[in-house]
Design a protein around this ligand. Sequence first.
Ligand code: ZN
Length: 136
Amino acid sequence: MTDKISTGGDIDAYCTKCKLNLEHFVLAIVAGAVVKVKCKTCGSIHRFKGTPAARPKATKKESTSSRTFVSVQAQWEAAIDSARGPELTYDMKSSFQDGDLIVHNSFGKGVVLKTYFGKCSVLFRDKERLLATSNT
Ligand SMILES: [Zn+2]
């Protein structure tokens, strides 16, 4: 252990990228204080921070490609939560009511959103589907 810090030496610092206290290379020292370090783990160069600095939360990243799917799934989860039990097995010879929880052979669990004559719209995990029923 050496207590003398020099450029190129090691120092424990908070990596803003890894979000952990990790070993860093000292890149720059100003007036005896380390100002710039390079993370040995991810290789990112940042200002020396001994402790996590209080900084505003980074803007939430959301991939546009999965947004539709995520929102349908969130809707579906909420619908399942508030659906009436018990789970009814889907059968086109049965009739269902709004809010019924049904289980379909291929689509899995779904919640009846709306019923029509001879069919009903059901929200499944991936999307909403129209299913034939005996609704009148
Ligand atoms: Zn890092």
